[in-house]
Design a protein around this ligand. Structure first.
Ligand code: ASP
Length: 350
């Protein structure tokens, strides 16, 4: 969920200071190849995919393109689901999850519950390139980021703090927090309280050589229990790729992807010969079937209590966005233009 960008806020000095860290671990460019590049992303990635496309046209690595693309959203304080300005956990602390996968090397790296670092996807790339591990969490991930020169910044913006405080003060009439009088509540607050904010950015890139890279980065579910890790930093859940097959990633309530390793499922579907559309819709059906066995994930009508969306591109450049419920969008750049397209839903109604 986001509000219109005010340019002055967007170009914060802390964000600018951290931008140089995006270069750490990036690969050298090579001459562009002959293939048609494709970039897909979640709906909040419309600007981001322009950046990724510009980079792959210059022969940059597909993962580096994906990381620089999502960095725009990580540094955008008006997107309350990713990086700076992300809504915090229930204690008011912003904890980030991010992962990357690199097609040509089948490499992957991720960070979870990372605090104070603006570009977690770039840190995940360093976990992939500069360690023998795949996943670093919490304090260890922060120390690792610091070791590589990532500056620490306060990710809790004033706006996000006010939204969180209102949630805290209104959630339980029997606790000792007292809400302010209605006229003292800032106009932007209520929409974030009415509905729990979810959101993330995923970006998959197919470059001019037919190589793939992808990343998913998020501040996770608002008001999560401290230490909760979602699907975004788990390879196979919030993203997956195989350079011979295709790439897929997801946004939405991550627990469903953790329970079904859904992004892996999508890529394996494509490996078995399905197009991205059938592979994605089969993953949605799998989630819809398995999740409702648990009463806490089942609505009275037998459908899931939550939505997830998938963004997929196959090695041959076919792409598709799908979801469980209608209303989702995917950002796509086909080499000519960037646009938002509807995600195809499993169910016609919400
Ligand atoms: N998938 C993210 C998570 O569960 C949140 C989202 O995409 O809305 O942390």
């Amino acid at each position: 969920m986001r509000r219109p960008i005010h340019r002055r806020e967007f170009l914060g000095t802390t964000a600018a200071a951290s931008l140089s860290t995006l270069a750490i671990g990036a690969a050298a460019a090579r001459p562009p190849g002959p293939k048609r590049p494709i970039v897909v992303a979640s709906a909040n990635g419309l600007k981001a995919i322009e950046k990724a496309m510009e980079m792959v046209k210059q022969g940059r690595d597909p993962l580096d393109a994906a990381i620089e693309a999502v960095a725009i959203v990580e540094a955008d304080p008006t997107d309350h689901s990713v990086g700076l300005g992300g809504l915090p956990n229930e204690d008011g602390v912003v904890e980030l999850d991010a992962a990357v996968m690199h097609g040509p090397t089948h490499g992957g790296g991720s960070v979870a519950s990372l605090r104070n670092i603006l570009h977690p996807a770039a840190v995940a790339r360093l976990v992939m390139k500069r360690t023998r591990h795949v996943l670093l969490v919490g304090e260890g991930a922060l120390r690792f980021a610091r070791a590589h020169g990532f500056p620490e910044i306060n990710l809790l913006t004033e706006e996000a703090r006010q939204i969180w405080l209102h949630w805290k003060e209104t959630r339980d009439p029997d606790d000792d927090w007292v809400p302010p009088p209605p006229e003292a509540v800032a106009a932007f607050v209520p929409e974030y309280i009415r509905k729990r904010v979810t959101g993330t950015i995923h970006c998959s890139v197919l470059d001019t050589h037919g190589d793939l890279g992808c990343t998913t980065t998020t501040s996770g579910l608002s008001w999560k229990i401290p230490g909760r890790v979602g699907d975004s930093p788990i390879l196979g859940a919030g993203l997956y790729l195989d350079n011979e097959v295709g790439s897929a990633g997801s946004t939405g309530v991550g627990e469903a992807n953790l329970l079904n390793l859904s992004s892996h499922l999508v890529v394996e579907g494509m490996r078995a010969g399905k197009g991205p559309k059938d592979a994605v819709m089969d993953a949605c059906k799998r989630i819809a079937t398995t999740s409702v066995r648990d009463p806490k994930r089942r609505r009275p009508d037998g459908r899931t209590t939550f939505d997830v969306k998938f963004y997929a591109v196959s090695k041959d450049g076919t792409f598709f966005g799908g979801s469980i419920y209608p209303g989702g969008k995917m950002a796509v750049h086909d080499g000519d233009s960037a646009k938002l397209v509807d995600c195809e839903p499993l169910y016609d109604t919400k």
